[in-house]
Design a protein around this ligand. Sequence first.
Ligand code: PEP
Ligand code: MN
Length: 342
Amino acid sequence: MIIVLKDGIKKEQLILFKASLEERYDVTVNTWHGVGSTVLGLIGDTTTVDEDWVNAQEIVENVKRVQEPYKKANRKFHPDDTVIELPTGQKIGDGSLCIMAGPCSVESEEQINYVASRVKNAGAAFLRGGAFKPRTSPYSFQGLKSEGLDLLKGARKATGLPIVTEIMSSSHIDMFEGVDIIQVGARNMQNFELLKQLGKINKPILLKRGLANTIEEWIMSAEYIMAGGNDKVILCERGIRTYETATRNTLDLSAVPIIKKLSHLPVIVDPSHATGKSWLVEQMSLAAVAAGADGLMIEVHNDPKHALSDGAQSLTPDQFDVVAEKVFALKEAYDRIMKNDN
Ligand code: PEP
Ligand code: MN
């Protein structure tokens, strides 16, 4: 339930009203302050809330029931875009284009440091790299695990690039202390116990869309993290399973504007896992910018042919230079066109 308050109400009136709502009903009240308006979002069992009583309160402008099962992630509860700002200064969701790039798997110190410096020079704001890898086969390379995390932290120190890496188990959370953004992979999107634990920490979470999940299920997973108190969630569209076999997955770019309509959370696109083919990454990156994405996650490897995972979809650093230049140029043109539109 959403309660829009009248303009110019006093702070004391707001405190009293919120307290009376929480006292009368089994709800918690979220407050959003915008320019000239205040919106209260009620979370909990709102079926017992007496709409007539709420409407009769002097400070209330109007009341709306919210149909969607997600509340904290809902744009109705938080009309502004969420901007995630890292202690190191990078912002995601502020209208800029944030690129996260790096290898699928961290393989060695030389590899990660070299790729980190190359993607940084090309304009990437974050270094990605998997240390714990969710592989389809138990016989495939599973990642360097804690050693991989240490190598990532070393590359962070050497280049200054903050790091993004995937967590597979809540028992590993302590190991992710020095990680800037924790990634939840597609296969764990509905690992609700993991999501609940990540809700208790104060670090941005990059939540990838599950292989066979609807947009609503995906937002509900973000809600799990937010319900625990962690509002810093970034959504990542990485393709879904369809009957199409020409690509590894089918990139659902319409998810970007749909998420933006339904939620205030930033959304980025991963064209590498979506297509599985390096030659498709450039065009799908450009298309993601045109769809309104807040950023891109792109796999880059020093030697894709010999990569221990996902070589076929990885760009070389030279190819990444070209893609990055084009996407930043398109982003400038896109911003110009959209500004003229308003
Ligand atoms: C990855 O980013 O390397 C990865 C495994 O991604 P996804 O969970 O989207 O398959
Ligand atoms: Mn990968």
